[in-house]
Design a protein. Structure first.
Length: 347
């Protein structure tokens, strides 16, 4: 995905408005010590030029590790805090212009066994981010979602769908205030923390068969740089209330395994609790409100009811009737060779 370039681009364009609006500003990232947070902050520091970046996370050790990674850059500010704590969020957001909400509990099987913990972080924590952003006069907030939020069958997906709706409808809540909210939704990320890549490689080197949850499974795949660019683009695209989905390739999980460990044996272990055979990013019901934007780079799900002055993108093209964005019916696909190339470029 190419970076944008014109700060005065209209809604629906990705030619610079997102990156340039963050230049010289104060940006806060919840969950900023995670894989996305580190990649996003690196991009801000190297290419965007923010005045200040606030890293808000609850893990003291990870904050120390990330401080070493960035060499104590003077533009960085470090806040130990949990999104469950509204007062701490309010303090951290003092004089912040833009917020990226990446903090979440994410492990599907863990959520099935610890449901209320996921509710407290992913749902109540999201509402806290909304409240604190409005109170602090933040200009724009972009929340990270997941393909599992579309037609959810697991607790994690259900909490993220709830969070999506809180952020979209947070624009009603903030209608008389300057703060606006949007959501980005994407699939599996290459190079993220907890990646299956090192595990599969170790099993292959030991001559063992690779455990595949279901040999028929398909998934979406996006790289960390593309996920970062998508968030930057969204700051330029959004007027408030948009849910942005990338137009990205699908792949067979068996092709992913072969890309990681060519020639490896594989065996079917069955789907885990709460796991889908195929992932979905836009349901047929959401497809009725979806547009193709940015020359096909993204889809945009428009809000059902907008009382805050929502503006549809001028270049938006409605998707076909009955449209559904799912990994088994996608029009873009990665082969094992394609995945191997992506992994080599994004270790």
């Amino acid at each position: 995905m190419n970076a944008p370039a014109d700060a005065n681009a209209p809604a629906g364009s990705t030619d610079g408005a997102g990156s340039s609006s963050l230049a010289g500003s104060s940006v806060l990232v919840t969950g900023g010590t995670g894989s996305f947070g580190k990649a996003f902050i690196r991009r801000l520091l190297d290419d965007v030029g923010p005045k200040r970046v606030v890293i808000f996370s609850r893990d003291e050790l990870k904050q120390w590790e990330v401080r070493q990674h960035f060499g104590d850059d003077p533009r960085l500010r470090w806040f130990i805090g949990d999104v469950r704590d509204l007062d701490r969020l309010r303090r951290a957001m003092h004089k912040v212009d833009y917020v990226v909400h990446a903090a979440a509990l994410k492990q599907v099987d863990t959520g099935e066994y610890n449901p209320y913990e996921f509710v407290k972080t992913n749902v109540l924590g999201s509402q806290n981010v909304i409240e604190a952003s409005i109170d602090a006069g933040v200009k724009k907030v972009v929340a990270l979602s997941t393909d599992k939020a579309s037609s959810p069958i697991n607790l994690y997906g259900a909490t993220k769908l709830t969070a999506d709706k809180l952020f979209i409808n947070g624009n009603h809540y903030a209608a008389a205030y300057p703060t606006r909210f949007a959501v980005v939704r994407y699939g599996n990320v290459t190079g993220s923390r907890g990646s299956i890549v090192p595990k599969f490689r170790a099993l292959h080197e030991a001559g063992e068969s690779l455990p595949i949850t279901d040999l028929r499974c398909t998934r979406f795949l996006i790289t960390l740089p593309d996920a970062v660019q998508m968030v930057l683009d969204t700051f330029g695209l959004m007027t408030g209330g948009e849910l942005i989905v990338p137009h990205i390739p699908s792949h067979m999980v068996t092709d992913l395994a072969q890309a990681i460990a060519p020639g490896a044996k594989m065996h079917d272990i069955g789907l885990r609790p709460g796991e889908k055979l195929h992932e979905e990013m836009i349901s047929p019901e959401e497809g009725r409100r979806a547009l193709i934007i940015a020359d096909g780079k993204y889809y945009m799900i428009q809000p059902e009811l907008a009382t805050w002055g929502y503006e549809a993108p001028a270049d938006g093209v409605p998707v076909p009737d009955g449209f559904r964005c799912a990994s088994d019916v996608n029009d873009l696909w990665y082969s094992a060779e394609d995945i191997a190339r992506v992994l080599a470029e994004n270790p």
